[in-house]
Design a binder for this molecule. Structure first.
Ligand SMILES: C[S@@+](CC[C@H](N)C(=O)[O-])C[C@H]1O[C@@H](n2cnc3c(N)ncnc32)[C@H](O)[C@@H]1O
Length: 380
């Protein structure tokens, strides 16, 4: 049994996991999802995921009301640590109460040479916190209470925080005004699209190339188009930077200035992943819902063009994964979101069966005024 620790937008992480591993979780509680998968299968694909800070194997479960729960958790840890050359560990608690210091004292009596690293306050959602122990050859155990059981989970891999910060912060061409897709979100969207190394992925609003760069990391050939020549040049710079920096060996890509309204049908494309124009850059919420609706009226034609050309380009079973904006506006009782309607004809598109019960996939931040809904549409 594998436990995935979900990212800042758990529903999106869950959708990514289900679509990548083509199965549903057996249990989910807040930011933890348990999947019945082989560790070998997961370990090969983990670094390709965007929305999962870390995962681990379930070593054992103990009933929460067991009188000897601490001793039993210690037993699980001892059995595991005995096999390890470096007996250093850290514990993360999820709904479990434990005095870590005294727990460790007892453990020390039972297992010689064991060392506890209590430098960080847990639970640790961010990969960087437990990564320091793992990097030294130590171990992280998480105790997660779900219903009447405590799951003892041993971390197997954590996301490479350094890699993601380089990608987001150091690429040469950045532009806060045109709105850049967060790199992790772009990665998740590609994974949700089912794009594979054999097929070609198209981003018709390539912008600064966030999606194209992520496709390159996964070895997926990508075709990027955009109305603005300036965007094409900037995305080209970003792709070249990836290669120069040695982050990818090669990136099979073509970039072309072409507005969506004049896009040609290219049948070699097997997935479309894109973030269209989200409206004029905004730093404040709309003053009313009516103004937010008016903004959508100005731009929804682009979304209609995208759906039309996507329907002609993709074959049955292929996916279009796209961002649709949400606009924040000032309402009587504070701020609200306007989530515009987008009619994707049900006779042409369906939502993949595996994610139908998850609900709308929304990516927003506390202070953001334009949010994103990720739509995953599969061609019938
Ligand atoms: C929100 S940006 C995409 C940003 C991109 N996802 C990134 O992270 O770099 C939208 C892009 O759509 C382009 N665009 C606007 N209208 C277009 C149209 N009619 N056809 C194609 N591209 C268009 C803009 O030039 C802009 O680069």
């Amino acid at each position: 049994m594998i436990a995935f620790f979900l990212g800042t937008h758990p529903e999106l992480s869950l959708a990514e996991l289900r679509l990548v591993f083509e199965t549903r979780e057996t249990l989910r509680y807040l930011s933890v999802a348990l999947f019945d998968l082989d560790e070998e299968v997961v370990s090969k694909r983990f670094t390709a995921l965007g929305g999962v800070p870390r995962y681990g194997s379930v070593l054992g479960t103990i009933p929460r009301h067991d009188d000897e729960i601490e001793r039993k958790i210690q037993e699980v840890l001892i059995t595991d640590l005995k096999e390890e050359s470096r007996r250093e560990y850290v514990i993360s608690l999820y709904g479990v109460k434990l005095d870590k210091r005294s727990f460790h004292h007892d453990l020390k009596d039972l297992l010689s040479g064991v060392k506890y690293d209590g430098k960080f306050d847990e639970p640790q959602h961010a990969p960087a916190t437990s990564a320091h122990v793992l990097a030294r050859g130590g171990h992280e155990y998480s105790l997660v209470m779900i219903e009447n059981l405590v799951y003892v989970i041993k971390t197997k891999q954590v996301q490479d925080a350094k890699f993601w910060s380089i990608i987001d912060a150091e690429r040469p061409e950045r532009d806060m005004k045109i709105g850049m897709l967060p790199a992790k979100l772009a990665r998740m969207m590609i994974n949700m699209s089912g794009a594979e190394m054999g097929g070609k992925l198209w981003d018709p609003f390539v912008g600064l190339g966030t999606v194209a760069m992520q496709a390159a990391f996964l070895g997926i050939p990508v075709h990027g188009t955009d109305k603005a020549q300036q965007s094409i040049e900037k995305s080209r710079q970003n792709m070249q930077w990836l290669i120069k920096k040695g982050l990818v060996a090669q990136a099979k890509h073509t970039l072309l200035q072409e507005p969506i309204e004049r896009a040609r049908v290219d049948r070699s494309i097997s997935a479309i992943v894109t973030e269209p124009f989200l409206g004029k850059p905004r730093f404040k919420p709309f003053a009313s819902g009516v103004l937010a609706q008016r903004e959508w009226k100005q731009i929804n034609r682009l979304y209609g063009s995208l759906l039309q050309i996507a329907a002609k380009t993709l074959s049955s079973g292929d996916r279009l994964v796209m961002v649709k904006p949400l606009f924040s506006f000032v309402a009587r009782n504070g701020r609200e979101w306007y989530n515009p309607p987008l009619a994707a004809s049900p006779s042409v598109w369906r939502i993949p069966e595996l994610i139908q019960d998850i609900g709308p996939l929304i990516w927003t931040h506390r202070d953001s005024v334009v949010g994103r809904q990720i739509m995953i549409l599969e061609k019938r």
